[in-house]
Design a protein around this ligand. Structure first.
Ligand code: ZN
Length: 517
């Protein structure tokens, strides 16, 4: 664990008071729920990394059964009574009050979803993932269309169960970003699109091209992995409490703070996708490893929201991993692993190539300037699906049109179009907006950290990431779910969540790389 001792000590106060009978029972019942959650995480991880494709049908039954058991545990009447008893006895503002608030929120949400629906969703999700993998490999959306239709129908059913009179998309987003609404996010995305589109256009119109050759050519995969793991370790990711495996789509699962799994994929002809994919997931992993171990298996022991999660991945990927300082430190190791490329290059030549602004097709590989436009497209498409303005059969065309319109580039096939993201196959709808919330928050948190710690570039050049990680541990990680996301960000930065820091950061980068403001 990377937490400074003082922080570890402070989190111990979480359960330092002798717990009451109800509190003890809450943690017993919650521990079993969390364990079933860990089983689900492990099953997902295995399905994405090691499971043979023919195992899909039997696996879907396992997933259905585990989901049913977990659903029963969360909706159990005894749990509800224990939560109410804890809420009644907890002093205002106490940790127990926060534990009860978060537990009640999760239990209330689950109690609105019928058991049959929870099970059907888990089975559809498992089948959907396998169908998506096949469809993606064949670049053929039709192989996933019926599974996706089923997943979408179940998501609509779930939204109706959660909030019969409300906005279905809000009900689904609430699972990932508690309290997020279309009403709040539509103007935010409109604002970002209005700011980013002219910035990207100005780069295109300038005709200035960044030399990408220092990061292109041939990069041996084993060496790429070595470099990525070396960099992730320098960030503070603990490989004794984590691992890295290969998957179609890079992701991170936190089975427990001492068991955090990252995945990656690579390209031999470009250094960036794999390296920045790993650094991104390592940022998620640092958050998972930094969650208070004492709160594991209690309601507060998880990440507060996916938006905050994404702030950590984007921050370590971009503000740290793409900084000139960090590359100054990484350079000797890079030169050892890739002597030919190093002989032809330098940090000054590589750095602009890490900041190319260029409309592209794949979100997870997009540059920082265009990234949020990829997210805006998904947000628009999902909302249209849930309003009923867009049918599943018309998705590939709608996707390609949206890319043509906003990014001026059209996918040649479905694998680089509508099939590129894993989310829908896993019954995950309403998640995409958290990518932009997280990107905004990463810039805001970094700005606040530098206000407290001073400029960090020089420390990065010495390989000193610990001061920044310590700041994140202190202001974000160690709080688990104690505060709502908005409150956590405001406490950490002194300001409400806002896109201002992100736009300042992006303008500064664009100016440095392209000479444009
Ligand atoms: Zn992420």
């Amino acid at each position: 664990m990377q937490s400074p001792a003082s922080i570890e000590k402070e989190t111990n106060t979480a359960v330092a008071e002798p717990p009451s009978k109800h509190e003890r029972r809450l943690y017993e019942l919650w521990g079993a729920i969390r364990d079933l959650g860990s089983v689900q995480e492990l099953l997902d991880w295995d399905q994405e990394t090691h499971m043979p494709s023919r195992g899909a049908v039997s696996r879907s039954h396992v997933c259905g059964t585990v989901a049913t058991l977990k659903h029963r545990a969360v909706t159990d009447d005894e749990l509800w009574e224990v939560i109410e008893a804890c809420a009644a006895e907890a002093p205002e503002g106490s940790l127990l009050a926060a534990q009860a608030r978060v537990a009640r929120r999760d239990a209330a949400r689950a109690r609105r979803i019928p058991e049959d629906l929870a099970k059907a969703k888990a089975i559809a999700r498992s089948r959907g993932t396998m169908a998506w993998q096949k469809a993606r490999a064949a670049a053929d959306f039709s192989l996933f269309q019926s599974e996706l239709q089923e997943l979408l129908d179940l998501a609509k059913e779930e939204a109706a169960a959660l909030d019969p009179d409300g906005n279905p998309y809000d009900a689904l987003m609430d699972r990932f970003e508690p309290g997020a609404t279309e009403e709040e996010l539509v103007p935010l995305f409109d604002h970002l699109v209005a700011e980013l589109t002219p910035m990207v256009r100005a780069v295109m119109d300038s005709g200035k091209e960044v030399d990408e050759s220092p990061v292109q050519g041939f990069f041996d995969v084993t060496r790429q992995q070595e470099l990525a793991k070396y960099a992730a370790s320098a960030f503070g990711f603990d490989f004794e409490a984590g691992r890295l495996d290969t998957a179609i789509h890079p992701f991170c699962v936190g089975i427990a703070p001492d068991d955090v799994r990252l995945t990656w994929r690579w390209q031999e002809d470009d250094l960036r996708p794999a390296l920045y994919g790993v650094l991104h997931e390592a940022g998620h992993g640092l958050y998972e490893q930094g969650l208070p171990a004492d709160w594991h298996r209690t309601p507060l022991g998880n990440a507060v929201s996916l938006g905050v999660h994404e702030s950590q991945s984007r921050l370590f990927e971009n503000q740290v991993g793409r900084s000139r300082g960090f590359w100054t430190w990484l350079w000797p190791r890079f030169a050892e692993l890739f002597p030919e490329q190093a002989a032809a290059g330098s940090v000054d030549r590589i750095w602009p190539a890490l900041h190319t602004v260029k409309p592209s097709l794949i979100r997870v590989e997009a540059d920082e300037g265009t990234y949020n436009l990829h997210v805006a497209i998904r947000f628009q498409i999902e909302r249209a699906l849930f309003r009923g303005d867009l049918q599943v059969a018309d998705l590939p065309e709608a996707w390609n049109d949206a890319y043509g319109e906003l990014l001026g580039t059209r996918p040649a096939d479905d694998s680089e179009g509508v099939l590129q993201d894993i989310h829908w196959s896993q019954a995950i709808f309403g998640y995409f907006p958290t990518y932009t919330l997280g990107t905004m928050t990463s810039a805001q948190l970094f700005e606040a950290a530098e206000r407290d710690l001073g400029p960090l570039e020089e420390a990065f050049a010495e390989g000193e990431i610990q001061p920044l990680l310590g700041w994140m541990r202190e202001h974000v990680h160690r709080h688990g779910r104690r505060y709502e996301a908005g409150e956590l960000i405001e406490r950490a930065t002194g300001e409400p969540r806002s896109p201002a820091a992100l736009m300042t950061y992006l303008r500064r980068k664009t100016e440095a790389v392209y000479g444009l403001s």
